[in-house]
Design a binder for this molecule. Structure first.
Ligand SMILES: [Zn+2]
Length: 256
């Protein structure tokens, strides 16, 4: 954590992998969940959780999150419970096995930590694998008022992680378009984990193909999530061709 300005106070899972909303449940005294960042409870480089009258235990857990003013921006670190080595720094080699053991499949690990993946995409990939993206169905379950549960991309079905990645007709067409053109085919299942499995199987296409496929999948996920947020929170929408163009630009930067 640097100044906390890029981490959502209530919705991002920044306290030992959980969000404040998940830990505390919805608050009754009119707390505004959107738009508040962790900067709200940092003063002069020190945590000030007392601003919110959190319990002493939660305040203690918050103070465990390191503030390092000398890094460029908030950095997400893989830190499972009890893991202290590296003191807040992600070390690829030292925690490879540790991290890997937390994922069902090696494909999930490679998807999140694969070489070349842009940091901005790592977080959405991580949250998707853990099922932690706050889609409208989950917000409703937490008791957060959501005016409309419908998916803003297709406006045909309710939004959930399963729907948005990739049951949704719009999200699916974004993936199919790229997969056909650049990966030489499309897996049959419209499901994120099935697609990862399809990439992992590879059918003799080799490591370099699998790596490109994972980068492309992560870019698709990130851009679908971004487009969804832009439509909901900014009232802006990008046509399909524009989204594909943006994915292409990012994939070009990440590809070897
Ligand atoms: Zn949809």
């Amino acid at each position: 954590m640097r100044e906390g300005g890029e981490t959502d106070l209530w919705l991002d899972p920044w306290i030992a992998g959980q969000s404040l909303l998940e830990i505390l449940g919805p608050q009754s005294d009119g707390v505004e969940y959107r738009g508040l960042t962790c900067r709200r409870i940092i003063r002069g480089g020190v945590w000030r959780p007392e601003e919110y009258r959190f319990t002493a235990q939660l305040g203690g857990e918050i103070r465990q999150v390191q503030i390092t003013p000398d890094v460029l921006s908030d950095v997400w670190v893989w830190a499972p419970p009890g893991y202290t080595e590296g003191a807040g720094e992600f070390r690829f080699s030292s925690c490879y096995d540790l991290v890997r053991s937390h994922f069902d499949k090696i494909e999930e690990y490679d998807f999140i930590w694969g070489k070349g993946l842009a940091r901005k995409m790592q977080l959405s990939a991580y949250k998707l694998v853990l099922g932690r993206l706050l889609t409208r169905d989950r917000l409703l379950r937490f008791g957060v008022p959501v005016p409309d549960p419908t998916c803003v991309l297709c406006e045909a079905e309710n939004e959930s992680i399963g729907h948005l990645f990739f049951q949704c007709q719009v999200a699916w067409s974004i993936w199919v378009e790229q997969s056909r053109r650049y990966l030489g085919g499309v897996g049959r299942e419209r499901d994120f984990r099935e697609i990862l499995q399809w990439i992992g199987d590879g059918r003799g296409r080799g490591q370099s193909w699998a790596r490109r496929a994972r980068l492309r999948l992560a870019a698709s996920v990130w851009h679908v999530w971004r487009e969804r947020n832009r439509r909901i929170y900014e009232g802006l929408s990008t046509p399909l061709v524009g989204i594909l163009h943006n994915i292409e630009s990012d994939v070009l930067v990440m590809s070897p």
